[in-house]
Every structure is written in C-alpha cells, then in structure tokens.
Design a protein around this ligand. Structure first.
Ligand SMILES: Nc1ncnc2c1ncn2[C@@H]1O[C@H](COP(=O)(O)OP(=O)(O)OP(=O)(O)O)[C@@H](O)[C@H]1O
Length: 627
C-alpha cells in the first residue's frame, strides 16, 4: 500500500512516480477500515427497517446463484438421461425435468426481485443518508468559531467533507453488503466446486489476488490525489463564482476580467488533469496486466474441466455447472476485491468527514445571566489582540468605559482596529491579553445566549438574505422571526417603512435576484433593512453600528444615529463611522490608530485639544462645510 505523508502529498504533481513506503503497508491499509463500523452505525441509525431489508435481501441474493447453478446441472444431466430413455423406449416422462426448469425459473425470479429490492432500498437510503450527513456537517458548522472559518486549512476540510462524504457512508455500506452477498455466493460455489477439486478452488482465489493488490494501491493514490487537489478545486470553485454570479459579473464584465479568469480556471484544470491522467493510465494498465493472470488461470481450469468431462470423470451436467461456477465465482471474487479496495477509498474519504466532525469546538464557558454591577455597562481593560497568523496586534492595550445610556463613536483610518474591537466585544474572538467586562463580569463568564440577547450588531458586511422583506427584519430576533407587527415596527425605526410600503407585496416581498419574483434593492435600501434588523432586538441594550450607513447620504446617516440614540435611552450605542457629522453627536469619541487609542473625549473637547481629531474634522468639514 502506498500512503503519502503530508509533506509528500504537497508535491505530488511534481512526482509522476510517488514514493512507496514498504513498511507498515498492511497496518496502514487495515487502519483505514476503522470507519467502516461507524458508517454501518450511521446507516443503522438512519433507518433500521431499510438496514434489515438490506441484510435479508443480501442473504437471498447471495444464495440464489449457486442454487441456480446446481439446478442447471440437474437439468443437463436429467436431459441427457431423458434423451437415452426416449431413444430406448420412444417415450419419456417430461414432468420431473419440467419441475426443475420451473424451479430454476423461480430461483432466477427471486434473485431478480432481491436485486431490485436491494437497489430500491439503496436508493432510499442514499437520499436519507445524504440528508443526514449534510445536516451533521451543517450542525457542526454552527458550533465552530469565526477563527476556524477564516482558517484556510480548516475550510479545506469542510469543503472536502461536504463534497463527497454525504454519499460515501452509504457507498461503504453498500459495498459491505455486496461483499457479504458475494461471499455467501462464493461459499456456496465453494461447496459445489470442492467436489471437483480443492485445487480448483485455490486457483480461483489466487488468480484474483494481483488485481486486488493493484486496486487497493491505486485507490490510496486516488485519495491522496484528491486530497492534494482540494485547495486547487476550491480556487476553481471560487473562479466559477466570480465568472457566473450576479454579484461579481458586473465588475468582471466592466473590467474585462472574463478571459483572464477563465484562463486561470483552465490552467488549474490542466494541472489537475495531468496528475489525474497519469493515475488513470497507470491504474488501468496495471489492472489489465494483472487481470490477464486471472483470465489465464480461468482458461487453464476450463481446459482441465473439459478434459475431465471428455475422460468421463465428470458428467456433462457437472461440466456445465463447474464452468458456470468458475465463471461466476471469478466474477464474484473480482467484484469482492473491487468492493474491498473501494471500501478502502470510502474509508479514506470518511476519515475526512470524521476529521471535520471531530474538530475541537471552543467551549463557550460561562453561565452567568447577570453581572454584579448591573449599571456598569462595558469596560475594556488593557485589551490586546492579534489575529491568528498575523505578525502584529490589531488591538493594543485598549481601555474604555461605556455606561448605559451613553453613546460611543469609534473613528480612525482604515485598518486601525475598529471592527476588531467590536468582534472582541461580541465574543467572536477572545482577547489575548486584558479583560472585557459587562456589568462588572468578564465576558467569558457570561452565558453565551444571554450575552447574544443583549447585543444587537450590524456589521458593514451585513447579510442580504434572499428572503422576504419581513424575514430580513425578523432575522434580528429569531423568537419573533414571523411576527408581522414587529417587522413593521422595526421597518419604521430603521426608516425603511416608506420604501417597503411601495414594494409590490410590502413586507411579504421576496428580496434579491436568486429566487423567482425577487426584488432587488439599492445599497441604501438594503442598509435600512439591516438597521431595522437591529431594532428587532428589543432585549438588546448594546447596539453596535459598524458603518452600516455608508451607502446613505450624510443627512440620512445622522438621522439614523439620532433615531438610535432617542430609542436607546438606557442603552449603549456604539457607532463606527468615517463621517464626522454623525460622530460629533456621540457622547464619547475614540480615535484609533494602529490598534491604539490616540485621542478620546467628546466632540467639543477633542476640537479644543486641536490634535489629530480636530485636523481630520476640519479636513472633512471643508468638503462638507460642516463648521
Ligand atoms: N480576519 C482577520 N484576520 C487577520 N487580520 C485581520 C482580520 N481582520 C482584520 N485584520 C487586520 O486587523 C487590522 C484591523 O482591522 P479592522 O477590520 O479592525 O480595521 P477597521 O478599523 O475596522 O478598518 P475599516 O475602517 O477599513 O473598516 C488590520 O490591519 C487588518 O488587516
């Protein structure tokens, strides 16, 4: 068995002949079968009746071929005897042979019915299992952290798990049953064949072995190849999205990027294809060469049986039966061997699935629903944070205090750490250093659900759900997702109500272009919907607006913020904006640069300080004539 280590599989493309590890081949080979049992459990727990059905029909389909071969022998020998009787007596009783013919017909019909039944049950299980595994994958995704999603290696794992694993568990189980079925058939053939010669039995097995070894070897290679291809396939999928999705096609067309991107797409395919081609050719050449050995063995045994029949050592009926058994036996063995190597491949794919499903989940510790100082609000105490893999901190020793009823504006150039601060506050990430307190209690000690309920946040890249208008609003509070009265209230507060009422079906209008009858909105209209979503969170007393108003004019933005403040009496409002016309309304303003607070105060005090804030404000005011 060839198994490549991680370091080896990265340069597969450069190595047409991949290195073989002769040591521990068998162990490696056997170790991958550890997932067979789990796949069986998965099928069993998906549908017990169908699994029972599979077992029963497998048994029937396994026994029938040998029975048919045996009846065939009885028929041929019976016919020969009947011919003799007919020639001697001029008459014969047809009934005994006809009974066997009818019986064989029944056996073959039963076999056909069992096979049909098997395939019908497999199709049903396939649908159920596909759904089950996909749900498992998606449920697991809900427990993972944002950092895991942003990790490209992890994302690869997820894509690999999703791509094939939903069909693999059943494929594995089907192969297991096919293995059992063929093994039963083989055992019953063996009972018949051993009467001819035990050596014939041995020939049958040994002849099939080389094909099996080559199949197993190349399945391992195919899996390693597919693992190696995974990041490249993801790039291809991304390019497909750019080339064929409505949200990117606009820019691709106008910048004339189509050919360039398509060339990249083709180049990736060509690299992948050349590696695949090498594997396919090697696999089939070896398969053919080793398969020849099997064919030779079969014809040698054929000749042997013919000779014995001519010498009268076996009857014509027996000869027919042995030849049939030999032919079918060989087919059963090769099906078995292919099934085993296929199982090996399925197991390797399943290891992907379980690798993903067993990805450790960051435990959301904490169960507190109240803090010791209910009116203390939010405190950052010397908080620092560096993104995984980044070489410098995004936030450095930030300290701030935001009491209830107050508003805070974060300003600073792009990349100064404003959004990161919000991600830390909403616990999407955890600080490397320092503490964040809510009502006097460290965020880590809060019950995740209670914390989530208290925060309403709209990010600059908020989601445009391709749902109804009302559902887009309702998404802000799952417990009120379908509450139409609340939709309307949120729409009014988000200043979206006037344009929503002009849509064809008002709050029941389908949004976006993905689905039939969908209505696309302007950038500013989408933002108003997103703001309305924030107003759905009636329990939230921390409202965060991370530039969701960028597509609105300065006046609308100021109006929105004012709206938020007036509806937020005892709430804490945090606003990120590049517009000083809005920022100036906040009770407290923080100016960030390179992850650090360089100035803070209210608008008047910051202007009086005449520092960077004042400089930026006057610069913008010149353009807008604010001062
Ligand atoms: N997911 C991430 N992984 C690694 N680094 C990140 C990630 N997100 C942001 N950064 C880096 O962290 C720093 C702070 O980014 P942040 O998004 O907080 O800036 P910002 O002040 O909100 O900027 P903007 O005004 O452009 O929205 C930047 O240097 C950015 O490159």
């Amino acid at each position: 068995m060839i198994l490549l280590t991680d370091s080896e599989d990265s340069d597969l493309a450069a190595k047409p002949d991949w290195p073989t590890k002769t040591t521990s081949k068998l162990r490696d080979f056997l170790s991958v079968f550890q997932y067979s049992q789990r796949a069986l459990q998965l099928v069993w727990s998906t549908s017990r009746p169908l699994t029972w059905g599979l077992m029963l029909l497998t048994l029937i389909a396994g026994v029938m071929p040998a029975l048919a071969a045996y009846l065939g022998q009885l028929i041929v020998d019976g016919v020969l005897a009947a011919i003799n009787t007919y020639q001697q007596q001029g008459a014969v009783d047809y009934w005994p042979i006809m009974k066997i013919v009818a019986l064989e017909g029944l056996v073959i019909t039963t076999l056909a019915a069992a096979q049909r039944g098997l395939s019908a049950q497999q199709s049903l299980l396939k649908a159920l299992m596909g759904q089950r595994v996909n749900v498992m994958i998606l449920e697991k995704a809900q427990t993972l952290s944002l950092a895991q999603f942003e990790d490209s290696e992890f994302y690869d794992k997820l894509t690999r798990a999703r791509r094939e694993a939903s069909t693999r568990p059943l494929a594995l189980v089907n192969k297991t049953f096919s293995l059992i079925q063929n093994s039963i058939a083989l055992a019953s053939f063996a009972v018949l064949l051993v009467q001819f010669s035990p050596w014939a039995l041995l020939v049958l097995f040994i002849a099939a072995l080389p094909v099996f070894i080559s199949e197993a070897k190349f399945s391992g290679d195919a899996f390693q190849l597919s693992r190696w291809r995974s990041p490249e396939l993801r790039k291809q999928m991304y390019l497909e999205t750019l080339l064929a999705r409505e949200d990117s096609i606009k820019e691709v067309k106008l910048f004339g990027l189509g050919t360039l991107l398509l060339d990249r797409y083709k180049a990736i395919f060509n690299t992948l294809f050349s590696a695949e081609k090498r594997l396919i050719i090697r696999r089939d050449l070896w398969g053919f060469a080793l398969g020849l050995l099997g064919t030779l063995a079969f014809y040698a045994a054929y000749a042997w049986i013919v000779v014995e029949a001519i010498q009268g050592l076996i009857t014509l009926g027996e000869m027919t039966m042995y030849l049939l058994i030999f032919k079918q036996g060989q087919a059963a063995i090769s099906t078995n061997l292919t099934a085993i190597s296929g199982m090996y491949e399925d197991n390797l794919y399943l290891s992907n699935l379980y690798e993903y499903l067993e990805q450790p989940v960051e435990t959301e510790s904490g169960s507190a629903q109240l803090g010791p100082l209910p009116n203390d609000g939010i405190r950052f105490e010397a908080v620092s944070f560096t993104y995984p893999g980044a070489n410098k901190p995004a936030i450095k020793r930030i300290s701030l205090h935001l009491p209830p009823g107050q508003s805070l504006a974060l300003v600073g150039e792009n990349g100064s750490g404003k959004t990161t601060l919000i991600k830390l506050l909403t616990r999407l990430y955890r600080p490397d250093d320092g503490r964040i307190l809510l009502d006097g209690l460290n965020l880590n000690e809060w019950d995740p659900q209670s914390l989530r309920e208290r925060v309403g946040v709209i990010f600059q890249d908020f989601v445009r759900y391709q749902f109804l208008v009302g559902e887009n609003l309702g998404a802000g509070d799952v417990s009120e997702f379908n509450n139409e009265a609340r939709w309307q209230e949120a729409g009014r507060l988000g200043l979206a109500d006037p344009f929503i009422n002009q849509l064809n079906d008002q709050y029941h209008t389908q949004l976006g272009r993905w689905f039939k009858g969908g209505q696309e909105l302007s950038g500013g209209q989408w933002q108003k919907i997103a703001l309305g979503r924030a107003f759905m969170r009636s329990k939230a007393d921390i409202l965060v607006l991370d530039e969701p108003t960028a597509a609105m004019d300065a006046e609308a933005e100021a109006q929105i913020f004012e709206h938020f403040r007036s509806h937020a009496r005892q709430r804490m409002v945090i606003l990120i904006s590049h517009r000083f016309s809005t920022v100036r309304m906040a009770d407290n303003i923080l100016l960030l640069r390179n992850g650090e607070i360089i100035e803070q105060g209210n608008h008047a005090s910051l202007l009086a300080e005449n520092g960077r804030y004042a400089e930026l404000f006057h610069l913008q005011a010149k353009g807008y004539r604010l001062d």
